[in-house]
Ligand binder design. Structure first.
Ligand SMILES: CC(C)(COP(=O)(O)OP(=O)(O)OC[C@H]1O[C@@H](n2cnc3c(N)ncnc32)[C@H](O)[C@@H]1OP(=O)(O)O)[C@@H](O)C(=O)NCCC(=O)NCCS
Length: 503
């Protein structure tokens, strides 16, 4: 009978140690050949002991090898079973990438063979301008300066105490309402403004609305703090305390020293929606970083335009007929066909906007806080996705809408619903007004996030939750795109011969 200790898996380490020591002995002997040679020279006794040593080592090595051959099993799980602690799936990931590239290369070739080259950068200009001598969207953006100056002038008056808080609030309500209504009326009434030009102008005005709202809140908080401190006979907020008066803090702006044109325009151009008197600033502009971001911006813009013209537009055009005939199986096929380019374009847009463009502007303005996004791609819940994909909007929602509602006693669900309602309104505003039709698809898409968030959190966990988030992004967006394009086609260009030809 074999001794358990000799062959059991537990003794493997011990055996390895024996082999190693035996091997090292041999190596030692080999390496010490010169020393051995000198031993040999000493006499026959030394020679005999050396030969004995060599034989012994050879024997033990042979014995260990034989043991190794006899025991080849140990208690262990298969790599793909969840009980094994194996986690390195890099090869699988590479395989996914290779498969993705191959299948997309096939799609790309198929697209080229079917439609030829459709990319036309000049056509992009016509998306913004109908007439090269009329730039209505750009004029609208220039006019927005009026609203910025009204906000600054109101704040200065409030700081001086020449108008009351109530009057200030009324001016703000008027100013912010006009910011939303004025571009809307212009876009709806002016036929020379294109849908893309209109969307751009409305986007600028929406950002301005959010920024000026934040500007109003922060300056009011400063006044309230100053008054509270004055009332409690402590030092005024506007005077830096002696401990803060060091040379390092001399550039520190305090209320009402922030109410300058320079400070206001810094905030208007800064990549944030939340106003602060003293933004964190980087030491200097890193030229290499700036040029890399600029290169990415230019390259990705071309890629976005190319993919839209070559891939997205033909699929959308070919989807019109099944949509009109309500042919469900072909509708689903077109929807899935649209999902791939739409998702790819959305991902590129995310990188272009939140990484390249925002970092470019931030670097140029030495704006220090570069937290424009978090790891939304790891979202296991819909809530996590909305908290992390667009940090500037999320921060604004938390600071100026969600938390004030909670502080006033509103429940968490009600406050969350109110934020999503507010966000849904702006999504609809940015799509419906430029397209000049009100269909509420964007609004409903945003409001649907609440029940979807509940469903995913309640029934799906971990990887399943993550897959659900990806699926909602990959399928949800093209549904909205198809709805809008279909409705736009039906209301505006059913008689357009170019589109009719494509069907
Ligand atoms: C609605 C929304 C703001 C909720 O955010 P959330 O992070 O899930 O909210 P939470 O309930 O976890 O609480 C967030 C904060 O409120 C605080 N809070 C929670 N309950 C509170 C209460 N009763 N009183 C005071 N504060 C409270 C939390 O402490 C937390 O503070 P912190 O940020 O300092 O840690 C978020 O989902 C959102 O931004 N949605 C809209 C996003 C959007 O439309 N984006 C558009 C992109 S195109």
């Amino acid at each position: 009978m074999m001794d358990k200790d000799d062959f059991g898996p537990i003794t493997r380490n011990r055996r390895r140690a024996t082999i190693t020591s035996a091997k090292s002995e041999t190596v030692k002997l080999r390496n010490g050949a010169i020393a051995a040679a000198s031993d040999l020279r000493r006499g026959p006794k030394a020679r005999e002991s050396l030969t004995k040593n060599l034989q012994l080592n050879e024997d033990s090595t042979r014995k260990c090898d034989r043991y190794d051959k006899m025991s080849c099993h140990k208690l262990q799980e298969s790599m793909l079973s969840s009980a094994s602690s194996f986690k390195n799936y890099r090869g699988i990931l590479n395989w996914c990438v290779v498969m993705l590239v191959l299948s997309n290369a096939r799609l790309f070739l198929e697209n080229l063979l079917r439609y030829g080259i459709l990319v036309d950068p000049i056509q992009v200009v016509s998306l913004f301008l109908k007439d090269p001598y009329s730039w209505p969207a750009a004029c609208l953006v220039i006019v927005s300066n009026v609203f910025i100056l009204v906000a600054l002038y109101t704040e200065r008056r409030l700081a001086m105490g020449s108008i009351s808080e109530k009057v200030g609030l009324l001016i703000y309500i008027f100013n912010l309402t006009i910011i939303l209504c004025f571009p809307m009326v212009v876009v709806l009434k002016l036929p020379s403004i294109t849908p893309v030009g209109g969307a751009f102008a409305l986007g600028v005005y929406t950002i301005l609305f959010l920024k000026l709202y934040s500007y109003k809140d922060v300056n009011r908080w400063c006044r309230e703090r100053t008054q509270a401190k004055a009332r409690s006979l402590s030092r005024s907020l506007s005077c830096p305390s002696s401990s803060f008066a060091s040379s390092a803090m001399q550039s520190h702006v305090s209320y009402p020293g922030n109410l300058s044109l320079r400070d206001m325009y810094y905030f208007v151009f800064a990549p944030t929606l939340c106003y602060e008197l003293n933004f964190p600033r980087s030491e200097s502009i890193r030229m290499g970083f700036l040029l890399r971001r600029l290169f990415e911006m230019l390259l990705l813009t071309q890629l976005l335009v190319g993919l839209t013209q070559q891939w997205m537009v033909p699929v959308i055009r070919s989807s019109m007929k099944p949509l009109q005939e309500m042919d469900y199986s072909r509708m689903t096929e077109r929807l899935l066909r649209l999902a791939v380019p739409n998702h790819l374009i959305w991902l590129i847009f995310f990188y272009w906007f939140f990484h390249s463009s925002m970092n470019f502007v931030a670097e140029l303005l030495r704006f220090g806080d570069r937290e424009f996004y978090h790891d939304w791609w790891n979202s296991e819940t819909i809530t996590y996705f909305w908290q992390n994909w667009n940090i500037p909007v999320h921060k604004w929602c938390l600071r100026h809408f969600y938390k004030p509602l909670l502080r006033r006693g509103a429940g968490k669900l009600l406050s969350q619903s109110a934020v999503f309602f507010f966000s849904a309104f702006f999504h609809e505003y940015l799509v419906s007004v430029p397209l000049r039709m009100f269909r509420l698809w964007a609004f409903m898409g945003m409001m649907a996030q609440l029940p979807l968030a509940w469903f995913v959190a309640r029934f799906l966990r971990g990887n399943y939750g993550n897959a659900a988030v990806w699926l909602s992004l990959i399928i949800g967006q093209p549904i909205a795109v198809l709805m809008y394009v279909h409705d736009y086609y039906v209301t505006h260009c059913e008689d357009d011969p170019t589109i009719a030809e494509a069907l």
